[in-house]
Write a protein that binds this ligand. Structure first.
Ligand code: DP6
Length: 336
């Protein structure tokens, strides 16, 4: 029997991947940029095993056996076996665990597929670039294969050969950067990212504006801001990109709403705070769910956590708290 175990973390996009130009190959309509978190906090841990005694491929997620025939999982397995350097055709058993809520807009599929593909690639001794295999599991997963700030270049080739993830800078480039995740609701989201982005592409007029007139420039500006460690520019574009992703969702027909009242309270609080201190000290971003991810520098953490404690007091059994934040972690972006 051969066994490999890997850990991969979630990544949080500051330029959102929202929309595919090829649903089968999972090719995006725009470049996206994210930071991969350190492996200590929110991660997937996956063990893969092969043995001549295994009769079929099987998978367990968080202790429960799941359907191995899931098309995306099958895509990953087929591609891995095609690229395998060893001629091992034994069946594989996969056990994966997340230490955070699954499918609550916390990019669980990104960490899960990144981890699975890295583990399988080790098991089958694949040494060349695996981002295309990861992408076929879940688009954003290809960014979790690397640490630090990562760009998934949309590419232009129809077979997706140049649609790959590249590290912009390692986490050590900006060691003061902190990520604070505010879990507003850890229930499974109602409209998956895949369905949400498909509907947006098909029905939103605003999406055309985003793709043609906003993103090409924004991607360059934020990449430069990361390289120059210019927090103000980084934060402003992170905020604007999150709001634009949710604006195109609202512009879809029927509209898609991922944020709730608590999400909007957090947004208002952050703008009020930045205005009060007369500086952009905290940026927020929301994926396909109501949970907020905040980017801020280490020096701002104590004061801002104090502000959060004031408005969302931990442990107080008030209606506001019950509807409010249930969990916070300060996470340091690090290399895998
Ligand atoms: C809002 O990678 O989950 O988190 O490719 O359909 O699996 P599929 O989508 P997925 O979408 C992530 C969308 C997002 C933005 C982002 O991470 O860039």
């Amino acid at each position: 029997m051969c066994t490999v175990t890997c850990i991969a973390s979630i990544n949080i996009a500051v330029i959102k991947y929202w929309g595919k130009r090829d649903e089968m190959l999972i090719l995006p309509v725009n470049d996206s940029i994210s930071a991969t978190l350190d492996t200590e906090h929110l991660h997937a841990k996956t063990t893969v095993m092969t043995s001549p005694t295994f009769k079929e491929d099987r998978i367990w997620l968080n202790g429960k056996e799941e359907e191995i025939k899931n098309p995306r999982l099958q895509n990953c397995l087929t591609q891995i076996r095609k690229r395998a350097r060893n001629s091992n055709q034994w069946k594989v058993h996969i056990c994966s665990e997340n230490n955070f809520p699954t499918a609550a807009g916390l990019a669980s599929s990104a960490a899960g597929y990144a981890c699975l593909v890295v583990a399988l690639a080790k098991l089958y001794q694949i040494e060349d670039d695996i981002t295309s295999i990861t992408r076929s599991g879940s688009g954003s997963a290809c960014r979790s294969v690397m640490g630090g700030f990562v760009k998934w270049c949309m590419g232009s080739e129809s077979n997706g050969a140049d649609s790959i993830a590249k590290q912009i800078v390692p986490a050590s480039h900006w060691p003061e950067m902190r990520i604070l995740i505010l879990v507003v609701n850890d229930a499974k989201k109602k409209i998956s990212s895949s369905i949400g982005m498909k509907r947006t592409i098909e029905t939103s007029d605003l999406m055309q504006h985003r793709l043609k007139h906003v993103l090409p420039n924004r991607v360059k500006i934020i990449e430069q801001a990361i390289i120059e460690k210019n927090f103000k520019t980084f934060a402003e574009h992170t905020i604007k990109d999150s709001n634009q992703m949710h604006a195109v969702c609202l512009d879809a027909y029927p509209p898609i709403v991922y944020m709730n009242d608590v999400s909007h309270t957090i947004i208002n609080l952050i703008h009020a705070y930045n205005e009060a201190v007369n500086e952009v000290k905290v940026a927020y971003t929301f994926d396909a769910g109501p949970n907020a991810t905040l980017y801020l520098l280490e020096e701002s953490v104590p004061e801002f956590v104090g502000v959060l404690d004031h408005f969302f007091p931990p442990g107080i059994n008030s209606e506001q708290y019950r509807k409010g934040l249930t969990f916070r972690e300060v996470i340091n972006s690090q290399e895998l």
